[in-house]
Design a protein around this ligand. Structure first.
Ligand code: SF4
Ligand code: SF4
Length: 373
């Protein structure tokens, strides 16, 4: 059930599953604040608090994010809920991560502690080793250092298995109009009374820079049967836009049509621009190439310049080593896609008159890509 906040804010609030935590349905995602100065990050987080956002999610692996969240929330710690994560799979490392997080966040307890990006059977098994990470965090829960325990994943199969262990109170998974892999696991989580935290409500940047599309996506996600959505923000404008979107209710028919058109344009295999696949050992700008076509469609093909063509030529030289593919949490078949995208974009550059057909064909033949689609 969704109600409005008692603190003067009109933001709707929900209860995070059986944790009992009464949170704003619009939360805060802590990745993008790494990209701005510390003072800007602190201002953004404080603007969130002022707007009625009371759920703050960060992670040990988001470089300076925890430190910034900790500084910004000093003085209001008891009025907000703080969630962080450990990507470690060994007890001693989780122990050390937790101590670091508490220090960074300037607190002596965490409202939610999550096992971060558990993506494989091995990782799930590792955290459940007797006396291992899960047992350690349960001990911390008994001591009151950790109030609740959750898990995050990008793999629907592993997330579902994790949910079925019955050990976690929340599940955090990507979910938005375009990405609906979470439908089944959300149903199972709901059945078990777990809190549902939506990461990547803007498709992890996969929707591009359109404010209209971002607004439609936030409205759609916030109107779903989930506990909280945590779009990452790095500016006061983004905070205002998200708050306004959530306060505007469900998407209009035009906004739904825009989301549907975008979904069709992106197709079933699309890059969320998370950047996990980089760097390539052969210096190929893999995370740029994986989303370049979509970017040109939105930004305009005429913006293609020499630096882009250099990237297409580099992509033709992919050695299919698999490094990037093994890192992509969405299992994009990058060893096949990178040279394919590069060739396609190079041929587009020919159509646009940005490179001569002879030069492009010579590069394609030299890289042995003439017979590939
Ligand atoms: S598969 Fe290709 S693009 Fe990916 S890391 Fe290897 S060489 Fe680089
Ligand atoms: S290819 Fe995968 S890992 Fe790389 S940016 Fe795209 S979604 Fe992220």
């Amino acid at each position: 059930m969704t109600t409005s906040q008692p603190n003067g804010s009109n933001l709707p609030r929900t209860v995070l599953g059986q944790t009992g935590m009464e949170i704003s349905k619009l939360g805060f995602g802590g990745i993008p604040i790494q990209m701005v100065s510390e003072d800007e990050a602190v201002a953004v987080i404080r603007a969130c608090v002022a707007a009625g956002i009371n759920f703050f999610d960060t992670a040990r692996t988001y470089t300076n994010s925890e430190v910034r969240v900790g500084r910004a929330l000093e003085g209001v710690r008891d009025k907000v809920f703080v969630a962080t994560k450990s990507v470690s799979r060994e007890r001693a490392k989780v122990e050390s991560d937790l101590a670091t997080s508490l220090g960074n966040l300037r607190t002596d307890y965490l409202d939610l502690y999550q096992f971060h990006n558990v993506a494989t059977e091995d990782a799930l098994e590792a955290i459940f080793v007797p006396g291992g990470p899960v047992d350690f965090v349960k001990e911390q829960k008994a001591r009151g250092v950790v109030r609740h325990i959750g898990i995050t994943s990008h793999s629907p199969e592993i997330a579902l298995k994790a949910i079925k262990t019955g050990e976690f109170e929340t599940i955090q998974f990507p979910f938005n109009y375009i990405e609906r892999q979470a439908d089944e696991l959300h149903a199972e989580a709901r059945r078990r009374g777990m809190g549902i935290i939506v990461m990547k409500p803007l498709a992890g940047g996969g929707l591009g820079d359109s404010a209209e599309l971002a607004r439609a996506s936030v409205k759609w996600c916030a109107s779903q049967d989930v506990s909280v959505i945590i779009p990452g923000v790095k500016s006061l404008e983004e905070v205002r836009a998200n708050v306004d979107a959530v306060l505007s209710g469900a998407p209009t028919a035009d906004e739904l049509a825009l989301l549907e058109r975008t979904k069709q344009e992106l197709g079933p295999v699309f890059c969320r621009r998370c950047g996990y696949c980089a760097p390539c050992p052969n210096d190929i700008p893999v995370n740029w190439l994986s989303s370049a076509e979509f970017w040109f469609k939105r930004a305009g093909w005429l913006r293609m310049d020499e630096s882009h063509i250099k990237n297409f030529l580099a992509g033709l030289e992919c050695q299919a080593c698999g490094t990037c593919e093994s890192r992509c949490p969405y299992s994009l078949p990058l060893t096949r896609l990178i040279p394919q995208y590069s060739k396609k974009l190079l041929l587009r550059a020919v159509e646009l008159g940005k490179i001569s057909r002879e030069e492009a064909v010579a590069a394609i033949v030299a890289a042995g890509r003439q017979d590939e689609d």
